[in-house]
Structures are given as C-alpha cells and as structure tokens.
Write a protein that binds this ligand. Sequence first.
Ligand SMILES: Nc1ncnc2c1ncn2[C@@H]1O[C@H](COP(=O)(O)OP(=O)(O)OP(=O)(O)O)[C@@H](O)[C@H]1O
Length: 334
Amino acid sequence: MGEDYIWTYTVCGIYQATHFIGGGSGGEVARAFNMLTGDEVAIKSELLHIEHETNHPPALAYEAAVYKLLRKPSLGFPCLHWAGKNNGNYVLVLDRLGPNLGALHKFCRRKFSMRTVCMLAQQMLDRIEYVHSRGLLVVDVKPHNFAIGMGDNAHIVHLFDFGHSKLYLDPVTGKHVPYVADRSATGTVPYASVAAHRHYELCRRDDIEALFYVLLEFYCGELPWQGIYAPSFEAKLERTCEMKAGRALRDFVATECPPELKTYYSYYSDLEFTEKPDYAYLRRLFADRMKLEGWESDARFDWMDPSLLEKGTLIPEEYVVDSRFVEDVGVDPD
Ligand SMILES: Nc1ncnc2c1ncn2[C@@H]1O[C@H](COP(=O)(O)OP(=O)(O)OP(=O)(O)O)[C@@H](O)[C@H]1O
C-alpha cells in the first residue's frame, strides 16, 4: 500500500495522524504531526482486542519498554514521545524517519556501491553496539529495520522496530544468559543467523552475523539462498540454514566478496557464545577501505546521487532533469 493512503485520527488530542505509512506483524504505522509544535512524528498502533482474546499483553507495550531501556538521547534511534492506550489501541508515538534501507536498496536496483556499503556498515555497527551496551540484542537485524532520518538527519542511519529484541544480560546479576538449545525461532529468514535457524539461545554474535547477510545483500544484490526452490516452507528453511552453515556460503564469499567482507565473515564465524564482538575492529575494516580508495566519508549515499551508480536508480525518467535543458532564469530578489 502506498504512502498516499489517507488515514486520520488523533492520539491524546495532540498527535494528528494523516497517512498510512506501512504495517507489519507488530502494528500499523501512520505519518502524523504534533498539533502544538508542528513536529513530524510516526504513530505505530496495535489493536487491543487481541489482548483480550489471547490474554497476552500488547506487543507494543514491550517495544515501548525496550525504547525506555535504550534511553537513547542522541542520534541514530527515533525518540519515543509517548506510549499508552488510546481509543482501543496501544500506541507508540515516535520521531518520524525517512525511507528504510530495504526500500532504498530496491530504489538503487538492488545494488549499492562499495563506498555506500562502507559508510552504511560503520553506522549500522555503531547502532548495534549501542543496543548491546544496554544489555539487549536487536534479534531482527534486516534492511527494513534501518532508516535514514528526515531533513537534516538524512545522513544518519537509524535503527528502529525493537519488537523482537531481548535481554542477553541478566538485569540483576549482569551475567550473560546461559546457552539453551530449544528456543523458538526468531528473526527474518534471509538474515537469521545459523543459531536462530537451529533454535539456539541467541547472543551478540548473532546480530553481527545477521548484519553480515544484510551487507552481503547490499553489495551482491542477492543472497545465495534467495530464490532457491524447495518443496515446502520447512524444506526451504532447512536448505537456507545448510547453505549459511556450509560450503555454499563459504564459496560465495571466497568468489564474490571484497576483502573487507571476507575478513568480516571469518571474524564472526570464530566468535564464542558469550564473547563481546570487537565492533571497532569491524568498523575499521570499512574505514580503512575508504581511506585506501580516497573516498570521503561525506554521507553521499548512492540514492542521493544516481550518477554514482552504474545503472542509475529507479527514479522514473520523467523526473530526471537533464541539466542542459535547465535555463538559468535568474531570481529577482524583490
Ligand atoms: N518512526 C517511523 N517513521 C517512519 N516510518 C516508520 C517508522 N516506524 C516504522 N516505519 C515504517 O512502517 C513500516 C512498518 O514498521 P515496523 O517495522 O516498525 O513494523 P512491524 O510491524 O514491527 O514490522 P515487521 O513485521 O517487519 O517486524 C515500515 O515500512 C517502516 O519503514
């Protein structure tokens, strides 16, 4: 469904929803603004009748608790303005973000340049490191859960959607959760770690592994297990897990990947269950490549300048203005 679908309602008499943005398993998201300040926000809402039918607390109340735990006062995470019940829905009011990286990747014909991959990887690692520093795992690391900011923040990659996040440190003892082998499956199939496929307890390594699949997709356009045939969904899951854990991925990395992704791959493969990843080391891989190539870290991503892309973007041709035909009409200051 497009963004122009009009959807109006108010929250707390302050936030006015105007358009439907999108929806997933966690709720529906609307574009909105604060009627007192004019600030743009997004409203994520979940119908509460589900709560009464199943006796589960609303999933968005859990996500609100995660946002509070993140307590992020600075860049890279949307600020939670309000959370609570409103007209039969549980509602989160968040900073409004721009397009997500899944949409931007598609917009760039499903291939980012290595320069864009390097810039994104450093920011994405930074966000994941922050979540881990709060004792939490992201769990659902995927392109659609990272979005650029609006306006002046268009160069900042934000991490959002913490509906699947979970604690890996015991809040009382501060100890790492123990290894357990029969957890329910979590994450989004193409990016889920091998441990998530096998229903093992997750750890920081699994977020780092999921980010590797995201970067691989950004660079290569498609993951080796996307589009494979299997007679059933279960068989496809099984085959995907086998490919990630075995030779299929190893060979793919060896033949298709730049050295930075090769090193990233061998690094996370050796991480232990309770080991803290060396985020700075991983960021340095991409920063060093940029330095080597003489690429400036100016946050000019592929989607901002189609000329940086071999095949251009998917912007319809009628919107692309050829500068030769633009007259300098001059603007009268009066
Ligand atoms: N703060 C925001 N500002 C702008 N767009 C947003 C915001 N939060 C979510 N969206 C958009 O709304 C859609 C659904 O968001 P979100 O991923 O939070 O929902 P979900 O139900 O948890 O999804 P999923 O099933 O993928 O977990 C996505 O397209 C996302 O880009």
